[in-house]
Design a protein around this ligand. Structure first.
Ligand code: NAP
Length: 315
């Protein structure tokens, strides 16, 4: 049995791992299908303190992992199929590892990219539809591509994709962008980006060799239009990865885990949440790392209190 299991290896999970490992609690960290989390799909991280010249996302995550390993954190790769929080110790069923038991649990499973839910989208993932510019941008050298969304992610992806593409059309359903001023300005100053604001995506069009266009509704004229393209990058936000918990913990209506304000405590003592899985507001690597530290400290205190209580009963 483990004293602490951490699910997820983004900045939150790995920071929690560093703290728990340094506290000699020998945490087990379970890595999912995207080890390192969202930062492994980004390029340069310019706003993580301590790196005046920036650092590549994957390198930053690799460093965090090595730091956790240095203090004795154990890693296993596998999909967590279920967690039983109804009795102690908590039991996890992990693909390839069977049942694992733990006294405490830190949830740092992050969030996954959202899709538009329009016809033609799912069947063309990998055939021109993508949610990861850093992963797939290279395939669109000298091609015309579309980025959908009006937030910081869309601005960032559009700007990044101009390294490869001949033209990037930014399609957004409203005339106002949600993105921060600095990100908007960067995109607006990029001559390779053209704008289709106030256009709602309706359908991904494809031929035998993949995506050929995006059907959109011009919300001003009410007319449908087709924008010819070789690739469509969807950058419309994320969904928290909490499905595997099967409603055992309190969440908001979108599925983000709820924590007691100012702590990482979920509705069940001994289970803590950190990073994007509980963050609807900041969603930054540095704030995820910060809550990872908080979760580890909350977890240490919980384990200490449980040990004290057990010692009192025995005495
Ligand atoms: P976001 O801020 O939630 O923006 C999502 C965008 O997608 C919105 O413009 C939204 O349109 C649009 N959208 C959502 N669902 C849609 C649908 N079904 N069809 C069409 N459009 C849809 O998400 P985000 O851009 O991923 O950013 C999330 C957080 O991460 C933010 O706090 C952001 O600041 C942060 N972030 C920061 C950086 C950075 O600083 N380098 C980079 C990326 C992200 P509406 O505007 O009409 O709702």
């Amino acid at each position: 049995m483990y004293k602490a299991i951490i699910i997820g290896t983004g900045p939150a999970g790995l920071t929690a791992a560093i703290y728990l490992a340094r506290a000699n609690l020998n945490p087990l960290i379970i890595e999912g299908p995207q080890p390192g989390g969202q930062l492994t799909t980004t390029t340069e991280v310019e706003n993580f303190p301590g790196f005046p010249d920036g650092i590549m996302g994957p390198e930053l995550m690799d460093n965090m992992r090595k730091q956790a390993e240095r203090f004795g954190a154990e890693f296993r790769t596998g999909w967590v199929n279920s967690v039983d929080t109804s009795k102690r110790p908590f039991t996890l069923v992990v693909e390839g590892h069977g049942e694992l038991q733990t006294e405490s649990l830190i949830l740092s499973t992050g969030a996954s990219a959202k899709y538009l839910g329009i016809p033609g989208e799912q069947e063309n993932i990998g055939r021109g539809v993508s949610t990861c510019a850093t992963c797939d941008g290279f395939f669109f050298r000298n091609k015309k591509i579309i980025v959908v969304g009006g937030g910081d992610s869309a601005m960032e992806e559009a700007h990044f994709l101009t390294r490869f593409a001949s033209e990037v059309v930014l399609v957004h359903r409203r005339s106002e962008l949600r993105a921060s001023r600095i990100m908007q300005d960067r995109a607006r100053n990029n001559a390779k980006i053209t704008w289709s604001l106030n256009h709602t995506p309706l359908e991904v069009l494809a031929g035998e060799r993949g995506v050929t266009g995006l059907k959109v509704r011009n919300n001003e004229s009410g007319e449908d239009e087709i924008i010819a393209t070789d690739g469509i990058f969807i950058a419309i936000g994320h969904t928290p990865n909490t499905k595997f918990l099967q409603d055992q913990l309190p969440t908001d209506e979108q599925g983000y885990l709820l924590v007691k304000p100012g702590t990482t405590e979920t509705g069940i003592p001994g289970i803590f949440a950190c990073g994007d899985v509980q963050d609807t507001r900041y969603k930054q690597a540095i704030s995820a790392a910060g809550t990872g530290c908080m979760a580890a400290l909350d977890c240490e205190r919980y384990l200490e209190a449980a040990e004290d209580a057990a010692a009192t009963v025995t005495a």
